[in-house]
Design a protein around this ligand. Sequence first.
Ligand SMILES: Cc1cc2nc3c(=O)[nH]c(=O)nc-3n(C[C@H](O)[C@H](O)[C@H](O)COP(=O)(O)OP(=O)(O)OC[C@H]3O[C@@H](n4cnc5c(N)ncnc54)[C@H](O)[C@@H]3O)c2cc1C
Length: 381
Amino acid sequence: MDFALSEEQNAIFDMAYAFGQEQIAPHAQGWEKDGTIPKALWPQIGELGFGGLYVSEEYGGSGLSRLDATLVFEALAMACPAVGSFLSIHNMCGGMIDKFGSDETKKKWLPDLCTMSTVYSYCLTEPGSGSDAAALKTRAKPSDVGYTLNGSKAFISGGGYSDAYICMVRSGVDGPKGISALVVEDGTPGLSFGGLEDKMGWKAQPTAQVQFDDCAVPAANLIGTEGKGFSYAMAGLDGGRLNISAGALGGAQQALNLTLQYMSERRAFGQSIDQFQGLQFRLAEYETKLQASRTFLRQAAWKLDNGAPDASKFCAMAKLMVTDVAFDVANGCLQLHGGYGYLADYGIEKIVRDLRVHQILEGTNEIMRVIVARHLLAENR
Ligand SMILES: Cc1cc2nc3c(=O)[nH]c(=O)nc-3n(C[C@H](O)[C@H](O)[C@H](O)COP(=O)(O)OP(=O)(O)OC[C@H]3O[C@@H](n4cnc5c(N)ncnc54)[C@H](O)[C@@H]3O)c2cc1C
């Protein structure tokens, strides 16, 4: 058993960290105010090979492992969790097409996905179904050209901003077996978007409803086999949960780094506040929790990379543990900044706001408990 990162993995982390600090961090607060991320950023990220992290090299991807990808998302989140997480959703889409699409499908969509000249969103949630995602109602009726879509998707990261949307739609019977996954390109007649949601965090990335009104989608846009879309979407989420956890970890690590620096400078009662043992114990606790989370996250990623039978359970456990720990650590770091933690200039309050949603999306942390318990009970049968 070897817990060390390879030289290549360290280089991947360093490259992502440097890019984040140079090209994202200085703009993070401005982009949050603007409520959008400049589109020009994405091709730069594509050039680094981060547009299709685990897409096969044959189709323009980087062919990296899930563990490698967590390093990228951890490092980018140290600059801005909202930007890093947006990229993670795009990569989840790439992973789904690469894993489940036909050769033709992959040739058609993946090269532009990898360079990020086409930015992707993932559309599963609907106004009437979030956690109970298999109850989705957006209907895909067969037509002469392929499918006609009617319905709407809620909370879509990149809604109205992205160039293409992977949409889970009902093409058949009720329940998970009647769901298919289709690519819907921006500009398709019948595709429209709701107004921008006003959110607590992740403000830099636009979130909106995606609506279909007799939206005609060619049959060639089907990913894989009709009726298998729900299993593809869930498989995508296993890796997505690792990425969302890695983003939370990076945000919390950045909060801890900022806090260590701040505490060495801030004085109270005649000494720097990092000299109070009660506060030192808090720092020690945060460091321990983040390191434990990192190890557990990488173990879950390793399981997914190696096709371990309990990989889904580990991805759910990692998401539950890492995102809860990360939020608590970031919130604790805000407390250690006193009143200054509440001010935008100190960079902590944004991290706390950004990390809160990591406990909610890609399956709430209650749903992570449901998944883990289901596996546990099945293993015990
Ligand atoms: C900023 C943001 C971005 C998002 N981006 C995307 C995106 O890009 N694509 C996408 O498809 N979705 C996206 N989502 C949606 C997100 O995945 C859902 O909000 C999430 O899955 C929860 O669904 P819901 O909001 O409908 O809550 P509900 O399912 O209504 O849940 C409400 C509460 O009930 C609990 N609950 C529900 N069922 C159970 C159960 N069986 N046992 C115990 N507790 C339960 C939940 O944990 C929660 O606490 C995004 C959400 C946000 C906030």
